[in-house]
Design a protein around this ligand. Sequence first.
Ligand SMILES: Cc1cc2nc3c(=O)[nH]c(=O)nc-3n(C[C@H](O)[C@H](O)[C@H](O)COP(=O)(O)O)c2cc1C
Length: 208
Amino acid sequence: MTTGIDSTPPASAGAQNGVTPRRTLRVAVVNGSPNEKSKTMGLVDVVLQTLARVLADDGVTIESARIDTYRLGPAFTGAHEREGVAPEIEAALRRAEQADLLIAATPVFRGSYTGLFKHFFDLVDQYALANKPVLLTATGGGEHHALVLEHALRPLFGFFQSLTVPVAVFASAGDFDGTTLLTPRVHGRIEMAITDVRELLVARATVT
Ligand SMILES: Cc1cc2nc3c(=O)[nH]c(=O)nc-3n(C[C@H](O)[C@H](O)[C@H](O)COP(=O)(O)O)c2cc1C
């Protein structure tokens, strides 16, 4: 059955360095793209790889769950309130609400996040994301709408009283070969976004 949630076991970067993993950062990615081959997810793949590498030295492993909103289907798009949602939709919402780190990922559509992306967060509990680290990521056809991160995404997570990571990450069509992120500048920005909050993420990792 297609659930819209794709979970990966903890990345093993820590073990490769001979460091015994002690803690796991449970990451949930909420993907607002309607495309199976998605530049936005290509960007997120680099974020997840960078997280695993940067936190490996602290003995923290990464466990990620990817929630593809477009795969959640009519039970998701037809839901108007949280109460009574189908079990698979409830499971996806809880994965996001219970994560140690949330990665918000969306293409820019008409100068904002996609409708699918917003609809997911319309169903998230009003207080479930308070004090939760949230990394903001987006892709667009060009550079002109890069500030959608600051004008649309950051205020949304301000409503939720989340701890948005200060550096948000944007990439546009020219930064990709297909869905593979190439541009060194964007790789560097991802590195900066994560290293800036490294101590916070280590502290938030779940003891395993
Ligand atoms: C309906 C629609 C609206 C779009 N609106 C914008 C826009 O306002 N600004 C922009 O930079 N790109 C816009 N785009 C381009 C997408 O944001 C861009 O191709 C994005 O990287 C696609 O991400 P994905 O491959 O993860 O789906 C739009 C694309 C579609 C299909």
